[in-house]
Design a protein around this ligand. Sequence first.
Ligand SMILES: [Zn+2]
Length: 374
Amino acid sequence: MQTRRHPLIAPAPGTQRELVSLHYGQPGAQKAYIQASLHGDELPGMLVAHHLRLQLGALEAQGQISGEIILVPMANPIGLSQFLLHGHLGRFELMSGENFNRHYPDQIAAVAAAVEPELGMDAAANVTVLRRALKAAVLAAPVDTELQSLRRSLLGLSCDADIVLDLHCDAQALMHLYTETPCWPDCEPLARFLRSRLTLLAQDSGDNPFDEACSQVWWKWDRHFNSQGQRFPIPQACLSVTVELRGATDVTHELAEADARHIVDFLRWRGLIAGDKPELPPAVGDARPLAGSMPIKSPVPGVLTFLKEVGAEVREGDVLAHVIDPITATVTELKSPVDGLFFARDFLRFANAGMRVAKVAGKQALRTGKLLGA
Ligand SMILES: [Zn+2]
């Protein structure tokens, strides 16, 4: 294992932070990139990364790592260090207010124009050319701020990978996945290995989150070159997935060790780790449109108490929670707008007016516009 350090732009003299990446195996074959806690206050991924490191270390000692695996065990040194009045604020950069998981740079058009003369009818050769040009463009893009330098370092490590796993968590939730629709055939086995009950599919959900920045280049290049008829075959060469490792306090050795083992099983199944291919576990869930994941909003402020646990299959009109005004004793029912899987809810128990407090995944795409929350 090789450790590499990537210094970020120093926001003030004497305060330089760095990103650390751990490298296993050799470049040349398939490449997997796994990062934890891009939202600095989402800790389950960091513990999974710790267990992955132990398991990958043992596999490396046995000479079993046949692909290239990059692990970034803590993807956001800025967010990890942001505390205000004893509260951890790891989702938005305090300087800019920007979400750490949005606004990854788009080099699609520039790379397409630069490499067009080198493309041909060999899909694998096209992938090699495009990956090399994309990585060069990502690393050459100018950055002015610490946050931009973090985004550039993360994308520079990941943008040429076959598999990208971005480990996050929700507030209180089931294990669930986000990926782009063209990635679903390659994601389906991962969902089985992770025992995930839900994968939310979208294409270009808005504001360029990290996972989509890695996967969308391929289907957008395919559309760019081939929408008027096949000119250059371009496969979906990157499976990029946001893995929501349940809720924010689901940080236990038992869960993390099993999650790490399931990721290793998937990597072995994909051929990045030598040895017998593990059997594909049975599917325990399905894929649904992100546009069908319905936020449950509280129209009033008050004390929030849930009547349903995450994991419940609910029907349209089922009461999921009560919001209680302690002054008037008014009880407001929050109902599911659809039949679906009640997969996530907030951990706060006071609702502001208009606050989104839970999510139910239905099977119909009902929402339009930007699909991700803040
Ligand atoms: Zn997150």
